[in-house]
Structure formats: C-alpha cells, structure tokens
Write a protein that binds this ligand. Structure first.
Ligand code: ZN
Length: 304
C-alpha cells in the first residue's frame, strides 16, 4: 500500500485589524497557528512568510496556501492586477501585491479570495454549508461583507460581491443617524456595522443589553438585507457570522422579521416552515475565516 503523507496546507485569514495564519489539514488537525496585528503590507506579509517558513522546517513543504483577505481585492487570475488589494481607505494597502509577495517566497499553488468567500468555502467543506450548492455567508462585525457559493462554486462575477454596501430603507424619523460608510453614508454597513452601532449610541455594541433599542434597528436592517439576498441569489441557507451577527439574542428576531418581510412570496418550506434552519450561525464559529483559508488552499490543488 502506498504510504502517501497527507498534504499540509497553509491558510491566511487577512483581516483589516488582525491576521491569522494556520497550517494543517482541517478543523481536527490544526498543527500551528499565529495571530498578529495588521500593520503595513510589507511588515504584515513578512510575518506571514516567516511563519510559514518556520512551519515548513517543522512539518515539511506545504502543499498550497489559501489567502482569504479583506477587500476590495482582485481575485481574477486572468487580470494584470490579480492578487492585489484594490483602492481601500486602509492606509498603505491600496495596490499592495500581496499574492506577489507570497509567490516570491513559495513555489506552490496559492489561492486568493475574499475573507467572506473563504469563510463560505470553509462552511461548505466542514460547517453549516455542507451538502448545499447555493448559500451565502454574511459577516456582521466591525464591517459587513458577504461571500456567495452559487451552483457549486464561489461567486466572483465582475470582481466579487459587496453585500455590505446595498442600500436599505432608512426611516430617518426612527433612526436619524446618518451612517458611517465613507462611500455611501447609510448603506447596510453604514447603518448596521459594529462601527455604526458604536457611533450611533456612543457605546460599543458589546456593552448594550439585549433590550436596548439599538437591537431593534439592527434586526430591522439585517432582516431587510437578508430578504434582499434571498430574492436575488435564492440561497438554500444564510449563514450569519461576525461579532454582531453571532449575538444569540438577535438570531430568533431576525428569523421572524425576515420571514415577515418576505410575506409568503418565496414559497419554500425552508422559509415558511423551517426558518430556524434557514438563517443559522456558522458551524465553525469564529474559525470560519482561517479554516476557510485552508479550504481555499485545498481547492487550489488539482486533485481537489
Ligand atoms: Zn457603503
């Protein structure tokens, strides 16, 4: 019998405030992990490279690396700016060729996608997206973003979906707050992100009790957004992650309000009778991101 060693992958969850890198084969087998603050691209990517080089001395050559990164970014391998961060308010990161840095250090397949597409793929492989062919993963935390797995693959289209920036009904009598998005002011992220909550109430969301009026607004905005995604992408499930998205007291309220907003128009038992299994939290919890990066790495190999 051939004694083939299981390939070991590298995964990078590149966030706007922190990076998480791991090596392993899946959720049950993370061999090493590191977290550090996101600083400049040069310094941050040097830490990534050093970590993987060190792990290669422990575990041997990595089979591939998956990089699930904050955006906007260019995920199109045919584009001249593939692997770049696109113009971003984050200082120093505009046009950073992050994949180029990895490529000059590692001669192995490198997969690059948005953090939320990565998380969606991780949920599909090991979490609450298993067995589905069309679903979305939405994170509501400091910012808001969504990844989409559609008809069996991650959706990119023109660049990649920007689910956090959809316009929403904004009743200024109920919510006079103008919003925080530098591009659109009161888009979904502008109204409902962790940053918006903190600015509107002058307190962090984590300090607000479940009966605070902040959560009435939050339920309303999230439910509108989820209804929009249900209409447009027809997902079989919506996975709601992130620090705000995973608050246990919000989930039942969002399930009920989203179903009420749809008002019977989507005639599926998944929504009409089984909403508890339609809008769910991530099966991988807070590890969706870094495990998603490992799933991207795994997918970058031809045999997967
Ligand atoms: Zn926006």
């Amino acid at each position: 019998m051939a004694n083939k060693t299981k390939p070991i992958y590298g995964g990078i969850e590149g966030g706007g405030t922190k990076f998480v890198c791991a090596v392993g084969t899946g959720p049950e087998d993370i061999r090493a992990e590191i977290r550090f603050e996101t600083t400049t691209p040069k310094e941050t990517m040097a830490q990534v490279v050093n970590f993987f080089k060190l792990q290669e001395t422990n575990f041997g050559k990595l089979a591939s690396i998956g990089f699930a990164c904050f955006g906007p970014l260019d995920p199109n391998p045919a584009s001249s700016t593939y692997g770049y961060i696109l113009p971003t308010p984050k200082p120093g990161w505009t046009n950073a060729n992050v994949v180029g840095i990895l490529r000059s250090a590692f001669d192995i397949p490198i997969a690059f996608d948005t953090d939320v597409n990565g998380a969606a793929l991780g949920e599909w492989r090991w979490g609450n997206g298993q067995g589905l062919n069309t679903f979305i993963y939405l994170t509501i935390g400091t910012g808001i973003g969504g990844g989409a797995y559609v008809e069996g693959k991650l959706l990119h289209g023109l660049l990649h979906p920007e689910m956090g920036h959809i316009p929403l009904p904004h009743d200024k009598t109920k919510d006079p707050f103008g919003g925080v998005c530098p591009f659109h002011a009161d888009c979904f992220e502008g109204l409902a992100s962790g940053v918006a909550i903190e600015k509107r109430w002058a307190q962090r969301g984590s300090a607000l009790p479940p009966d605070h009026p902040a959560w009435d607004l939050e339920v309303e905005y999230i439910s509108y957004a989820l209804a929009t995604y249900a209409y447009t992408l027809s997902p079989q499930r919506i996975i709601l992650g992130g620090g705000v998205g995973q608050l246990p007291h919000l989930l039942p309220r969002i399930q009920k309000r989203m179903r009420d907003l749809i008002h019977g128009y989507i005639q599926s038992p998944a929504i009409l009778e089984n909403i508890e299994n339609y809008i769910v939290h991530p099966g991988l919890g807070n590890l969706s991101g870094v495990l998603g990066a490992l799933a991207l790495a795994q997918q970058a190999l031809p045999e997967n």
